[in-house]
Design a binder for this molecule. Structure first.
Ligand code: MRU
Length: 358
């Protein structure tokens, strides 16, 4: 997708310098900075501080993290330790473990001469596959938007939460891919972008990338979706997910659940877009999903740019107040109209997912 008219992906390997390149998402939308990851420690830190974020992208970064680890020290002990630290760097998105496990399986029994090349190829393959899957999610989800447009014959209003856009993947995004495909086909779309406090991924990232692709969008405070749905100003909600259980329960950015409840109450279709790398076939009960709790400073302080274009952080809460920052919630499958995957659209249930993937 585009930034300032130039095509970009969110992560790539620079062969000449033997480093991993990322777009530092903590600086967007105010500064566009491409950063080098030189070591597995850099990769772990980039995931933790959210220079890279979004389930598929942190999976891809972890895969490249294994490559960087091997580059530093190809002893089995160091690779195993690095794999464990990468998996632990953020707890909720299953893509992280999925990518590290896939890398370790590929590397098992490989001798030290070949290991770096094989790891690099596999990390690239994870990225290529994610890009293809996200494109297919778009092709499949386009049908839903097209149907709404054919009935309505007017602009389709789509509400999304957080950033499940191309910045959260390698390219296309998950929730945004059907939107990009609809726009390319000439279907008029407008996106209601939930701001997504506390880190504002909607305002800072989703709105930014939609602007770059010239898709009309409006940022709304997180609590605005309900009244818009009551006023018939939302035709469909499409969100992403960090972990979808095999029973169809969807874990995603905090606030997704409340949006699904409002959609249910107002008969607004609520779709979740995901590649198969986000399905957790192991955990059976949503209560067992590890929900990340981040530093409360993400709530009590906000960042923006000052008059001299410098990024500045300011305190907005009473200095003595405590704050709590749960990063994800779970939307029960009964509130999900359907799952848009690379293999097609299915109901949010074990049978639905099994038909497509097992
Ligand atoms: O905390 P973040 O920004 O990593 O959370 C991202 C989300 O919640 C996305 O909706 C999810 O990862 C899907 S990305 C295609």
């Amino acid at each position: 997708m585009k930034i300032n008219g130039a095509e970009y992906k969110t992560i790539w390997f620079n062969e000449e310098k033997q480093v991993v390149k990322i777009i530092d998402q903590t600086k967007l939308p105010h500064q566009f900075i491409v950063k080098d990851l030189n070591s597995v420690k850099d990769a772990i830190n980039a995931i933790k501080v959210m220079e890279v974020r979004g389930a598929p992208l942190i999976g891809a970064t972890a895969a490249y993290g294994i490559v960087l680890a091997i580059h530093e020290n190809n002893s089995q002990e160091f690779i195993n330790k690095s794999a464990e630290e990468l998996i632990q760097s953020r707890p909720t998105a299953i893509n992280l473990k999925w990518a590290v496990d896939r890398m370790m399986k590929k590397l098992s029994g490989i001798n030290s001469h070949q290991i770096l090349d094989i790891a690099l190829n596999e990390a690239k393959e994870i990225c290529n596959e994610d890009e293809k899957y996200c494109e297919n999610i778009g092709i499949n989800g386009l049908k839903i938007i097209e149907e709404i447009y054919n009935n309505k014959k007017d602009t389709v209003n789509i509400l999304t939460h957080c950033n499940a856009g191309w910045l959260a993947t390698i390219n296309w995004g998950t929730a945004t891919s059907p939107i990009y495909h609809a726009h390319k086909k000439g279907i008029p779309v407008h996106v209601w972008v939930d701001e997504t406090r506390p880190r504002n991924q909607g305002a800072n990232l989703t709105s930014y990338e939609l602007n770059e692709e010239e898709i009309p969008n409006t940022i709304i405070a997180d609590n605005t979706g309900g009244i818009l749905m009551q006023r018939n100003e939302v035709d469909i909600c499409i969100v992403g997910t960090d972990r979808t259980l095999s029973n169809g329960d969807v874990c995603n950015k905090i606030g997704t659940y409340l949006k699904a409840l409002a959609a249910h109450d107002n008969n607004v279709p609520f779709y979740v877009a995901l590649p198969s790398s986000t399905i957790d076939w192991e955990i059976k009960d949503a209560k067992d999903i590890p929900i990340e709790e981040r530093n409360s400073e993400e709530l009590s302080h906000v960042e923006g740019i000052d008059e001299s274009n410098q990024i500045k952080k300011v305190l907005i809460y009473p200095i003595k107040s405590k704050a709590m920052n749960l990063a994800f919630d779970v939307t029960p499958a009964k509130y999900v109209t359907g799952l848009i995957t690379e293999k097609g659209i299915t109901e949010a249930s074990f049978d639905g997912l099994k038909k497509l993937f097992k």
